[in-house]
Design a protein around this ligand. Structure first.
Ligand code: ATP
Ligand code: LTN
Length: 334
């Protein structure tokens, strides 16, 4: 743990090919913190198995997600990049925190309700206790700030409650974390159903733009994006499709909503959708080129994983030792 710097932690599940929702809502923001904070960015494979995964796919996507972290600008020399299952303290603290998390609290989690509805044949205990493992991820490193999309807000609040509860019983043990949710890109919506979050595990390919989609696919998907009645390019509550496209265009160009509205005044949906597709494809091109280089070098990715896991395990051990002592476990001297 670096006492001189505050800690940032975040994670992405290797549960599918990442979307521009994951990029704009989370990963793109991760690099902002690399200089001023000590950053841990984790590929949370243990979270991913709460939904059934094909083992070979999970392995491939774990490499892929790590390569995307680096391709999106996270330098492994400046950030601790690692895979969750390589640091056993996550599962270990997860169990301990399960015993300080209430059934009622977990029952209220909307992600659990949504995923239970989607996976009715596999409502497993891991899906239920998912937020406690997430709290363990965060609390292990004495994290101050957690950059995430708004869908994770409820989980973050639960992490804070668990930390406060534990601290109240045993005295100061965990830093109580805060979320960092970028306002404009907190929730990128599905292109097919703009009232729903864009999600990497969506089965409708037209609903999601993936970071690795080829240029013509990106442009085609935006062309097909569902828009609203009327023809004005204006952000409004009753225009969720256009509002979403304005957010995406703004995020890729750095322009504000009024600036985007002004730029497209008098233009039609067709022109606008093409422009969104083009700025998105342009912005992702360098990420894709870097990804292609990295994914061809598995040995390099494994070196990054190994170094990251060693550093993370070392830092996590300090919190674990404190927690074990506080709850009353016997620590044997080595
Ligand atoms: P899944 O479909 O498997 O549940 P997901 O696409 O929701 O996956 P996660 O791995 O759960 O992705 O999320 C990784 C990060 O990306 C989180 O910080 C999450 O808040 C953020 N994120 C995911 N989807 C969006 C979105 N549509 N808009 C903004 N941020 C998002
Ligand atoms: N639950 C998150 C992924 C995640 C995470 C974390 C995010 C797992 N552990 C710790 C931030 C901090 C999700 O996006 N579904």
């Amino acid at each position: 743990m670096y006492q001189d710097k505050k800690v940032v932690f975040s994670g992405v599940q290797p549960s599918g090919v990442l979307t521009i929702g994951n990029y704009l809502g989370a990963i793109k923001n991760f690099a902002y913190f690399s200089d001023a904070y000590h950053c841990y960015y984790c590929v949370v494979d243990e979270h991913a198995i709460t939904v059934r995964q094909m083992p070979a796919d999970l392995r491939r996507r774990t490499y892929e997600t790590l390569a995307l972290y680096i391709a999106c600008g996270l330098d492994p020399e400046k950030n601790t990049l690692f895979v969750q299952s390589h640091v056993s303290a996550h599962a270990e603290l997860g169990w301990i925190l399960d015993c300080y998390t209430m059934f009622g609290e977990l029952s209220r989690m909307t992600q659990f309700k949504d995923k239970s509805a989607k996976n009715a044949d596999n409502i497993n205990a891991g899906l239920f206790t998912y937020p406690t493992l997430m709290a363990a991820d965060i609390l292990l490193y004495q994290t101050e700030l957690v950059p995430v999309g708004v869908d994770q807000k409820q989980h973050l609040e639960l992490s804070r409650d668990i930390a406060l509860r534990f601290n109240q019983v045993y005295g100061d043990t965990f830093v109580v974390p805060d979320g960092y949710i970028a306002k404009e890109t907190a929730k990128i919506m599905s292109l097919a159903e703009p009232t729903k979050k864009m999600s990497k595990s969506d089965e409708n390919e037209n609903a999601v733009v993936r970071i690795l989609d080829p240029r013509d696919t990106i442009i085609r998907k935006f062309k097909r994006a569902v828009t609203d009645s009327g023809s004005e390019i204006r952000a409004a509550e009753d225009k969720p499709g256009v509002t979403n496209l304005i957010s995406i265009y703004g995020a890729f160009t750095g322009k504000s909503v009024p600036e985007v509205e002004k730029e497209f005044e008098g233009k039609g949906y067709g022109d606008f959708k093409l422009a969104v597709g083009e700025v998105c494809a342009d912005a992702l091109a360098p990420v894709q080129a870097q990804f292609a280089r990295l994914s061809a070098d598995k040995a390099y990715l494994e070196t990054v994983m190994k170094q990251g896991a060693e550093a993370a395990a070392h830092d996590a051990a300090r919190t674990m030792s404190k927690v074990r002592r506080k709850v009353g476990f016997i620590e044997l001297k080595r």
